[in-house]
Design a binder for this molecule. Structure first.
Ligand code: SAH
Length: 268
């Protein structure tokens, strides 16, 4: 399905910078550059749910560090169509091996840790991950269901990402945490592809065309005696505010000019 905010649907792409991987300037899916690492996941269902969460957001690379049970029917069932990610999942014996080759490693933690690496919120984490994915591989690491990531594992991370929750219940299901971080990554990819906020590719009139419209509007309002030129008050300023908010495109402005002309014809 086509995403309304993108020119082309599908996975976001980043332009690899000169001299980087795969021989330079090729466009590579962000989804393959940002890996999700699950450390010692106990429940295979959580692995499947994480794969599903990733796939829906365009992430394709799943790395598992010593999963308790994998592959497993429950993982496949919970992946619900994202089993291609499970088939391709890499199984590692240590976190160090799972993050090998990554230029940025972010650890997801339910707890805010003292003496930990600098903390990012999920949006900052996603923006950073997407920006760095243009230069090399990135990992986001998720911990054990029961007790998260060890301090030694967090020592391998450049940053910590914490999903804000109510203060006294901060621990999300690991696949839910993957979902939220992956969604922010998707949003960051869409933002990176989209024109800056408020700028659309519409055929907008320029200032001169708008001035001619306002002059025409004022002329008609005087002609039909809605506007008293001797006591104009703030009518034109208010109308300008209205049209500035609406930002009509050229076609819409032509319609408005047409209406004004038709009113003038009747008034004569
Ligand atoms: N009791 C554990 C919670 C583990 S939840 C602890 O105190 O760490 C399993 C994993 O899900 C965590 O290691 C973390 O990677 C992720 N997670 C859960 N809640 C999170 C949150 N609020 N912010 C970031 N990651 C979270």
């Amino acid at each position: 399905m086509k995403d309304a905010r993108r020119g082309s649907g599908g996975w976001g792409t980043v332009r690899l910078h000169q001299g980087q991987q795969r021989g330079g300037d090729a466009k590579v899916a962000v989804g393959a550059m940002i890996r999700v690492v699950l450390v010692e996941t106990t429940h295979p269902g959580n692995i499947g749910a994480a794969a599903r969460a990733m796939k829906a957001m365009g992430l394709s690379r799943l790395c598992l560090v010593n999963p308790a049970r994998f592959p497993h029917a429950e993982a496949t069932a919970r992946a619900s169509g994202a089993d291609d990610l499970l088939v391709a999942a890499e199984v590692h014996e240590s976190l160090a091996s799972a993050i090998a080759g990554c230029r940025l490693v972010v650890g997801a933690s339910a707890r805010r840790r003292r003496l930990a690496c600098p903390e990012l919120d999920p949006r900052q984490c996603a923006e950073r991950a997407v920006a760095e994915a243009a230069f090399g591989e990135v990992a986001v690491v998720f911990g054990r269901e029961r007790n998260g990531l060890t301090n030694q594992e967090l020592d391998l991370c450049h940053h910590l990402v914490h999903i804000p929750t109510v203060p006294d219940f901060a621990s999300l299901n690991v696949a839910s945490a993957v979902q939220l971080v992956a969604w922010e990554i998707r949003e960051a990819v869409l933002r990176a592809d989209a024109p800056p906020a408020g700028v659309e590719e519409d055929d907008l009139p320029d200032a001169g065309e708008m001035e001619r419209f306002y002059a025409h509007l004022e002329e008609v309002l005087v002609e039909i005696e809605f506007l008293d030129p001797n006591n104009p008050r703030h009518l034109m300023r208010r109308l300008r505010r209205l049209y500035n908010r609406a930002r009509p495109d050229r076609t819409e402005l032509n319609i408005l000019r047409g209406i004004l002309t038709a009113v003038q014809r009747r008034a004569k």
